[in-house]
Ligand binder design. Structure first.
Ligand code: FAD
Length: 410
């Protein structure tokens, strides 16, 4: 294995890697390639004026440690490894972060059984310090939370992932590589022994293309001559920030017990690294891939979703969940009711509606199933990251290493 990797590395040593997407996954992958000296030249193309403008800069900012992922899955392995690497990266580069711990709350008997399963998963994934909280401990740590049972996950924390992305950009440019902002990938031409990337600027000759295009990853794959087997369906996640009084109600990250019948975690309370508390996100089927307002609409994106047979199968499978998420989006009191299941003392006037939202690049199969694990598609001199859901930001450095190993294995 080591021999074949060394051989592959020496083969790529004079080559150019083009990474599409200056989000945290693209930048972390480029950084891994840079640190291991695999490519002579690395060019990251980012269509926006700054890196980390989409999912990387529009998320909960939680450092997830791998509590709920199926033991043995790629997601569990990369999350457990990823949080350690991300925390070490933040320590090394002085990026503000805090390991504040998470409390997962069971509010009914069904939840208690599910939370026990979650605890087993966490233990199988090797989480440290995981433990049930006594009534007294919960009352002391989280006096406003009401629960039948509560699990403490002390390893989890918070960070500003956009700041991490900017640091990665700086490290790449300091190492002599290029991060070109304001330059969009358009199309890939394969002339046998070299690739030409058509961009919004000058075309460029490269040897390997890595697609980390997030909400546009399936389109970039298609424009590279490969038809992906899934489609990116955007799900908007909306948040409320809490006012000062509301912000005092919670001390850790406070999450509900996830219901495995539903594809997304319920709304939760998240402390933010620059201060304050936010609640959310919901998961609303969105009409625009990079649209953050409730009214955001793109004919192209809406058509892409509606013409995917998987979407209709998903809607048939989850009609109530889909409607409930629309209700959560349009009706503030429905959103509030969900929060009050965890913290009954939170009130309408605590919620500040400043419209912060993110959009998940959720890959959906043609059978309507949401792909829950990371998905990489390999082709000669190309690799496409078609699904990098949460905890993709936490795990970015581990994903970057995994991606690089896949490139070297080509
Ligand atoms: C609401 C929400 C909450 C989340 N919470 C968490 C959390 O708490 N913790 C966690 O670990 N993860 C979380 N995630 C997941 C995490 O944000 C993602 O897994 C991660 O950011 C994915 O990074 P990325 O680089 O793949 O995508 P992105 O950050 O979206 O980057 C893709 C980049 O590609 C660029 N691009 C697209 N098309 C082109 C083109 N043609 N040419 C050039 N550039 C292009 C885009 O402009 C963008 O900058 C959350 C996600 C959402 C949406």
């Amino acid at each position: 294995m080591i021999d074949s990797m060394t051989h592959a590395m020496s083969g790529k040593h004079n080559q150019t890697l083009c990474v599409v997407g200056g989000g945290i996954v693209g930048l972390a992958s480029a950084l891994q390639a840079s640190e291991r000296g695999v490519f002579r030249k690395i060019i990251v193309l980012e269509k926006e004026a700054e890196v980390g403008r989409h999912q990387t800069g529009h998320n909960s900012g939680v450092l997830h440690c791998g509590l709920s992922y199926k033991p043995g899955s790629e997601k569990a392995r990369l999350a457990v490894d990823g949080i350690k690497r991300m925390v070490a990266f933040c320590q090394k580069h002085d990026i503000p972060h805090e390991i504040c711990g998470k409390v997962v709350v069971a509010v009914c008997e069904e939840d208690v059984a599910r939370l026990k399963e979650l605890e087993q998963r966490g233990r199988a994934n090797g989480l440290e310090g995981l433990r049930w909280m006594s009534k007294e401990e919960l009352a002391e740590r989280e006096p406003h939370v009401v629960a039948r049972a509560a699990l403490l996950v002390p390893q989890e924390g918070i960070v500003d992932f956009a700041a991490v992305a900017r640091k990665m950009r700086d490290l790449l440019t300091q190492a002599g590589h290029q991060v070109l902002t304001g330059v969009a990938f358009r199309k890939l031409h394969d002339a046998g022994n070299q690739l030409t990337v058509e961009t919004s600027g000058d075309p460029m000759a490269v040897d390997f293309l890595l697609n980390c295009g997030g909400l546009h990853a399936d389109r970039i794959c298609q424009a590279s001559g490969i038809r992906p087997s899934c489609r990116i369906i955007p799900f908007r996640g909306e948040y409320f920030r809490l006012n000062h009084e509301g912000g005092e109600l919670v001390n850790h990250l406070v999450y509900p017990t996830p219901n495995p019948a539903f594809p997304f975690l319920g709304v939760h309370f998240t402390r933010m690294i620059h201060g304050g508390l936010e609640a959310g996100p919901n998961a609303v089927l969105a009409m625009k891939r990079e649209g953050y307002a409730k009214t955001a609409f793109s004919l192209r994106d809406a058509f892409a979703a509606a013409s995917w047979p998987g979407l209709w199968r998903f809607l048939a499978k989850y009609p109530l969940v889909t409607l409930r998420e629309f209700e959560n989006s349009l009706c503030r009191s429905a959103f509030l009711r969900n929060l009050q299941r965890l913290v009954p003392g939170v009130r309408n006037e605590h919620l500040l509606d400043d419209g912060f939202a993110g959009v998940r690049a959720q890959a959906m199969a043609a059978d309507g199933n949401l792909l829950m694990d990371f998905l990489l598609l390999r082709a000669p001199r190309q690799l496409h990251v078609l699904n990098a859901p949460s905890p993709g930001a936490t795990a970015a450095l581990a994903i970057g290493e995994h991606i690089l190993n896949q490139i070297l294995d080509h």
